[in-house]
Design a protein around this ligand. Structure first.
Ligand SMILES: [Fe+2]
Length: 334
C-alpha cells in the first residue's frame, strides 16, 4: 500500500505506485506488476484500487467512505441545502484560495465561522463594519435554522462597506459571466434570501428544528455547514471552506472563494481588494484559534459558555455528540 497521487491536478493515462511500480488504469484496474511471475498466481482483478462512493451536488463533489453508504447525498443534504439549488454556482468561475495547517481542533475552528459574536472584537479593525448592526447594537444573525445534521445562519451585510455591499460589482459587464443569457447573478442570488421567520424558544433553550429570529429582511448572505464543509453564499460571490481533521489538535484548512469572471479593470481591482481583505480576516481567525486550542489544552476551564446567538455552535456539538453515541452503540452491538 502506498500513496497513488502526488499532485492535486493534472492528467495521466495510468497511476503508478512509487514503491514497487504496480500500475493501474483510470478505472482503477491493476494492469502492471513488475516480476509478476514470482507472485505465484496473483489475481490482478482482486487487487485493483479501492473504490469510493461519490456524488455531486451543484457541482461540488462529495465522497462517502462507507463501503455501503446508508444514505444518499440528497437525503443527507436536504432539506437544509435544497433551497440553495439554483444559486448561480456555475457562473462563478474565477477562484482564489488559501490552505493552511492550523494547530487547532477542527470543531473549534468551525465554531468561529458559525457565530458573529466574535466579529466586533477579533475583526474590529478589519471587517466588523461590513456587517450590519442589529437594533440592539450587536452583530447578530438575521436568522438561523438547525436541521438533523446541518445548520445555517443568515447575516446582513452593511451596504455602506465594499465588503458587505451585495450590489458591489453587479453591473452588466461584471455581474454575470460572459455569454450568459440567464438572470444577472445578483438577482438570482437575491431570490434565495432568507424568509422572515419567527423566534421560537423552548424553556430549555433552542433545540433541533428551532428557528432564530429574523430581525430584518436584509438577508445578504447564507452560511451553511455540512459537517466539515462550509458554504457562504452572497449575491456576488461565494466561499467554500473545508476543515479536514489531521489530529485532535490539528486540521487542514482549505478556503476557496469564487467570483464571476472579471472583465474590466474595476472588476479586477475589486477582486484583488476582496482577496487581501479576506486574507487578513482569515489570519485574525486562525491565529486566535491556535490560542483557543492552547487554552483548552490547559484544562483550566471545564466548560464553554455560549449565548443565544451562538446557537449554531450548540447545535454542532449536539449533532456530533449524537452521532458519536450512535456510532458507539453500533460498535458495541458487533
Ligand atoms: Fe471570524
Amino acid at each position: 500500500m502506498n500513496k497513488m497521487a502526488y499532485t492535486e491536478r493534472g492528467s495521466t493515462k495510468k497511476f503508478f505506485c512509487k514503491f514497487h511500480g504496480w500500475a493501474y488504469d483510470l478505472d482503477g484496474r491493476l494492469v502492471g506488476v513488475p516480476d509478476e511471475k514470482c507472485f505465484n498466481g496473483l489475481k490482478r482483478e482482486e487487487h485493483g484500487l479501492s473504490p469510493v462512493h461519490l456524488q455531486i451536488w451543484q457541482g461540488f463533489i462529495f465522497v462517502n467512505f462507507d463501503r455501503t453508504p446508508r444514505q444518499s447525498l440528497n437525503d443527507f443534504l436536504r432539506p437544509m441545502y435544497g433551497e440553495l439549488e439554483g444559486y448561480p454556482f456555475e457562473k462563478m468561475t474565477s477562484c482564489y484560495s488559501w490552505s493552511a495547517v492550523v494547530n487547532c481542533n477542527w470543531k473549534l475552528a468551525l465554531d468561529a465561522f458559525q457565530e458573529t459574536y466574535h466579529v466586533s472584537y477579533v475583526h474590529g479593525r478589519s471587517i466588523a463594519s461590513a456587517l450590519l448592526k442589529s437594533d440592539a447594537g450587536g452583530l447578530r444573525p438575521l436568522d438561523g435554522l438547525c436541521g438533523e445534521y446541518h445548520r445555517r445562519l443568515s447575516i446582513a451585510g452593511n451596504p455602506k462597506s465594499v465588503y458587505g455591499n451585495p450590489n458591489a460589482l453587479t453591473s452588466a459587464s461584471n455581474g454575470e459571466a460572459p455569454g450568459s443569457a440567464n438572470r444577472p447573478i445578483g438577482e438570482a442570488a437575491f431570490a434565495l434570501r432568507p424568509r422572515r421567520c419567527a423566534l421560537r424558544r423552548r424553556a430549555g433553550g433552542f433545540a433541533e428544528g428551532d428557528q432564530l429570529d429574523a430581525a430584518s429582511e436584509l438577508g445578504l448572505r447564507y452560511q451553511r455547514s455540512v459537517s466539515r464543509f462550509y458554504l457562504s453564499t452572497r449575491p456576488n460571490y461565494y466561499q467554500a471552506y473545508n476543515f479536514r481533521p489531521l489530529a485532535h489538535d490539528k486540521f487542514w484548512f482549505d478556503a476557496r472563494v469564487y467570483y464571476p469572471e472579471m472583465t474590466t479593470a474595476g472588476g479586477r481591482f475589486y477582486q484583488e481588494y476582496m482577496k487581501v481583505s479576506l486574507r487578513d480576516v482569515l489570519l485574525e481567525d486562525l491565529s486566535t484559534l491556535e490560542h483557543n486550542q492552547a487554552a483548552c489544552a490547559t484544562r483550566a476551564k471545564t466548560h464553554m459558555v455560549l449565548q443565544d446567538f451562538e446557537i449554531m455552535v450548540r447545535h454542532q456539538f449536539a449533532v456530533i455528540e449524537r452521532m458519536i453515541s450512535a456510532g458507539q452503540a453500533e460498535e458495541s452491538r458487533h
